[in-house]
Design a protein around this ligand. Structure first.
Ligand SMILES: Cc1cc2nc3c(=O)[nH]c(=O)nc-3n(C[C@H](O)[C@H](O)[C@H](O)COP(=O)(O)O)c2cc1C
Length: 257
């Protein structure tokens, strides 16, 4: 009797041990693969927003068409070097946790609710055949209803016209706020203008943009039933294209061109 209880416990213990070994071994061995898949997902979004994504070509090969640059938000200047960071590995979201590399956004200016902004960001440049800028891909982020939306906006060589928008991470509700991923909604962004009289004027409105509206190039249809997410997207555009974001970079590039 006793022997059979010991046996039963022993077998149960052995099964638990084997299972935990299998789970932890696969978790550890798949960690690198998961990391790589996450990186590739992000890279696909960057290629899509730059309008150069080809699913039949290797992601790394396509990604090498883009030039990565650091951007100092305090000066608006791009840089090839920053501290000891390797630009390919530089994670501007991660550095927002380190006060040496980021700055707390004062509540009165934190319209996108990002709390801390990296001192130096990372942008991507697509060059034309002459070596000039064809498109810029700029990371953006801001709070929606359930969490922060992370994405990219691409800008044409006039530094005011949107080429596209993509989000690679958010927590919004499918069918409501998650319609930020709807290709039809995203398609509206192409050709829209950001600045009017040097102020950010582009926003996601409530309802649909009316035909014949003389300001329609500054308006995007609201996401129906998702006013809070829509407002979040407007706020992140206002923040990242404002003085604390890319406005000095875009002014600088416009002046150079
Ligand atoms: C389960 C649930 C999920 C929701 N998800 C979202 C969302 O992702 N984004 C959003 O803006 N509103 C979401 N809402 C709706 C908001 O609570 C709010 O009512 C809405 O933003 C108001 O927008 P409307 O004026 O367009 O109806 C959700 C509501 C519920 C009950």
């Amino acid at each position: 009797m006793n022997e059979s209880i010991i046996k039963t416990i022993g077998v149960a213990f052995a099964v638990c041990l084997v299972c935990s070994l299998v789970v932890s071994t696969s978790a550890v061995s798949l960690r690198d693969l998961q990391k790589e898949n996450k990186l590739n997902d992000k890279r696909i979004k960057i290629l899509q927003v730059a309008d150069i994504y080809d699913p039949n070509t290797s992601i790394a090969e396509q990604f090498s068409e883009l030039e990565s640059k650091f951007i100092d938000f305090n000066t608006g200047l791009t840089m090839d070097e920053y501290n000891n960071f390797n630009i390919d590995d530089y994670d501007q979201i991660l550095v927002t946790k380190d006060p040496n590399f980021s700055t707390k956004v004062p509540a009165s200016e934190d319209i996108a609710i990002i709390k801390n902004r990296e001192n130096v960001g990372k942008i991507y440049i697509l060059r034309n055949e002459l070596g000039g800028i064809d498109k810029l891909v700029l990371p953006i982020r801001g709070y929606g209803l359930w969490g922060t939306l992370y994405g990219y906006i691409s800008i044409e060589d006039d530094f005011n016209t949107v080429s596209g928008i993509e989000f690679y991470d958010h927590k919004e509700t499918p069918g409501l706020g998650a319609e930020v991923d709807n290709p039809k909604w995203k398609a509206q962004w192409r050709g829209k203008k950001i600045y009017k009289d040097n102020q950010v004027n582009l926003s996601v409105i409530k309802g649909k943009v009316e035909e014949g509206d003389s300001d329609s190039s500054y308006k995007i249809d609201g996401l129906s039933g998702a006013t809070i997410t829509s407002r979040g997207v407007s706020n992140m555009v206002a923040y990242w294209f404002g003085e604390s974001g890319y406005s000095s970079l875009l002014r600088e590039l416009d002046y150079e061109s």
